[in-house]
Design a binder for this molecule. Structure first.
Ligand SMILES: C[S@@+](CC[C@H](N)C(=O)[O-])C[C@H]1O[C@@H](n2cnc3c(N)ncnc32)[C@H](O)[C@@H]1O
Length: 343
């Protein structure tokens, strides 16, 4: 048996650090299982580090596995626990293409915490079993793009849809400036989507960028596309069967209301909006692609989501390590995660 300890990032959201470690154990388990590793339970354990996640593996971790583990949301450093409990530091090859600052710089009301977003992206990557090399992540209600930046950092192509056109514009300004300041080679194109009769249905932009000149020259650049549109019509904007994972922090009904057609006021629960959006979401997701949603348990229940997704023909991930993510964010938000896969 090989024993490993992951030092938890001390900078991780202090408001819910204790639960962050607990849910990170499940996230790590999902990552390990998706790499077909035979491992023991992942536990928080005292091995002489301030806070550590510990697990045993039948096989010694290889370079690729170490890199994947280092992308977990709580990761700060990894050690192999050797004879006598000594901690041997390991040095994974960096997992990221673009710098992690990309998702950290912007601060605004309604932003989803970037480490929590990374956890959702990792759950999506672990739950999905799509074919093809280059993976595409979509956030169908992307706000100012935290999920998209986390996807870019992990080397994915990303596409987002956001109803607030002003936010889409601000996101474009930010990402172009980021690429310029970081001297990353990039190319921006305007995107316009038209529906039947040539009527415009969405404005947007696409940026093609690479972390190095060589990658850009070798056609290893990544793409970010973003559209200002209603999430219920994404099937008219985005190619069918093109996304491997969908990750989104649903409108909470506290900071954001969901704007659905039946109720023009701000609705507290995003369920009605989801019912209307899900047929379109399903079309753009690939077979074996995964959807990961975070939501407020005070306004929406896991069981309601499970019933809706089952009715829509999805396979609900209802077992560990894909359940049990509920945690308190503040007085009005008890956050949870729901995961389902398209057959
Ligand atoms: C919780 S926020 C997402 C925040 C995002 N993860 C971030 O960090 O910036 C939910 C987003 O859903 C958007 N939204 C609500 N209804 C929508 C709809 N019908 N279509 C597209 N986006 C919608 C809201 O404008 C809001 O930006």
């Amino acid at each position: 048996m090989f024993q490993y300890a992951i030092l938890a990032n001390p900078g991780h959201n202090r408001i819910y650090f204790d639960t962050a470690v607990k849910i990170a154990c499940s996230e790590l388990m999902a990552i390990l299982e998706s790499m077909q590793l035979v491992v023991s339970e992942v536990l928080e354990k005292d091995v002489g580090l301030p806070a550590a996640l510990v697990f045993e593996s039948e096989q010694e971790l290889n370079a690729q596995q170490l890199t994947r583990i280092s992308a977990s949301s709580i990761y700060y450093a990894i050690f192999q626990i050797v004879e006598g409990g000594l901690l041997k530091p390991l040095q994974p090859t960096p997992f990221n293409t673009f710098p992690e600052s990309m998702s950290q710089i912007l601060r605004y009301t309604g932003k989803t915490n970037e480490q929590f977003t990374r956890l959702m992206v990792n759950l999506g990557l672990s739950a999905a079993n799509t074919s093809g090399e280059n993976k595409c992540l979509m956030d169908p209600m992307c706000g100012k793009g935290t999920t998209l930046y986390e996807g870019l950092i992990q080397g994915l192509d990303v596409v987002g849809v956001e109803i607030n056109a002003k936010w889409v514009q601000e996101t474009q300004t930010f990402i172009v400036k980021y690429m310029k300041n970081g001297r990353f080679k990039h190319k921006v194109v305007k995107e316009k989507r038209t529906g039947s009769g040539g009527k415009k249905i969405a404005d947007g932009f696409a940026i093609q960028a690479a972390h190095s000149k060589e990658a850009f020259a070798n056609e290893q650049s990544q793409t970010m596309k973003l559209y200002a549109a209603d999430t219920r019509i994404i099937n008219q904007i985005i190619k069918k069967n093109s996304c491997d994972i969908m990750v989104s922090d649903l409108p909470y009904g506290v900071q954001h209301g969901s704007k659905n057609s039946k109720d023009t006021k701000m609705a507290r629960s995003p369920l009605a909006l989801l019912e209307e959006a899900l047929p379109a979401w399903k079309q753009v997701l690939k077979s074996k692609g995964a959807i990961v949603l975070s939501y407020n348990e005070f306004t929406l229940k896991w069981k309601e989501l499970a019933a809706l997704f089952t009715e829509m023909g999805f396979e609900v991930k209802d077992k560990q390590p894909y359940v049990g993510y509920i945690h308190r964010v503040d007085q009005s938000i008890n956050r949870n995660i729901f995961i389902a896969v398209k057959p």
